[in-house]
Design a protein around this ligand. Sequence first.
Ligand SMILES: C[S@@+](CC[C@H](N)C(=O)[O-])C[C@H]1O[C@@H](n2cnc3c(N)ncnc32)[C@H](O)[C@@H]1O
Length: 349
Amino acid sequence: MKRMATIDTSPHTILAFCSPLYEDVALNELGTLLGARVLRKLSAGVFLLTVSHSPLDIQQRMLATPAVFTRQLLVDVETLPRSGLPAEDARAVLARPGVGSTPDVLVSDLAGRHPHDVVSLKQELTTASTPPTVRLDNGAEVEDEARLPFAVVVGEGHIYVGRVVAGAGLPHAPAWPAGRPDFPFDPELVSRSALKLLEALQLFDVNIGPAARALDLGAAPGGWSQVLAARGIEVTAVDPGLLDPRVASRPNVSVYAGTAQSFLRQTDERFDLIVNDMRLDSRESARILVDAVNVLRPQGVAIITLKLPEHAPTAILRQALEVLRRGFPVLQARCLYFNRNEVTVLARR
Ligand SMILES: C[S@@+](CC[C@H](N)C(=O)[O-])C[C@H]1O[C@@H](n2cnc3c(N)ncnc32)[C@H](O)[C@@H]1O
């Protein structure tokens, strides 16, 4: 098979996807974690970078210190010119050793979407590869470089082929193309915020059984309570604002119409999970969560979104994490795909 010319072909080229709101912070972070330097910006929140570490070394570094502001990372990235003909592009992609025989190839555009041309390329790859099949997503656990799944990312004039570092450092995270969760549209969700919790539960691999009790601080209009209640969890929803009646009327949701502070002063209940999406300064919100530690059962889990300013968010984030650590070991922090000016944190009592 004739191999097409490649550009930037180097085991030291990586492709990083981050929030367009926090590009500078994400690039600084990758500079600190990996010594990465920018080669080119490909799109909002999408960068080609160069590093001096090997792909395996990068994977180990990211697992040791997961990135907060990077949503997905591809290593060992090869840049191929795009011909515009799906069959020809597929041939060029399949010339990369291993791509055609792996079961786990993600195919998307730079935004993690699957427009017509991406679907055509994926079809060509599927037809041309040897079984097992090429898939758009996977949940593979990664142990070594050879098992890192391939990703094919279709840009304007180029196609990028690389290997996915699991969840940019979160070992059980699904390898969503470009870090964009592929949740099906659900018209029943009462708020977009619900998607943040769905994403956090999957990325952080949180499994709370249906017999559990959850406290939702800052619950209105009720997206997070809805997600938890749908899993059979008993939810106490706390907010001075109104909950959507579709959530408030559920038999396993009880509503406290007041602030988190006043609820915590009077409750003697105990919970397996506390979630906190309160629209407050992140340090104040973290303080309230630390005050709630006594109503969390041992081994109980807390998930909190820390609201950050657009400029220089890291100082505020550091302060909020310091406050949280007074109450809990902080396990993970990540600017999720569905987070805007915020970071979601997982802590455990
Ligand atoms: C982003 S919304 C929460 C959205 C919710 N997670 C959902 O999925 O629908 C933030 C909420 O925090 C609430 N809030 C702000 N300060 C609060 C406090 N001190 N106690 C309780 N709720 C508070 C606001 O009333 C608002 O409803």
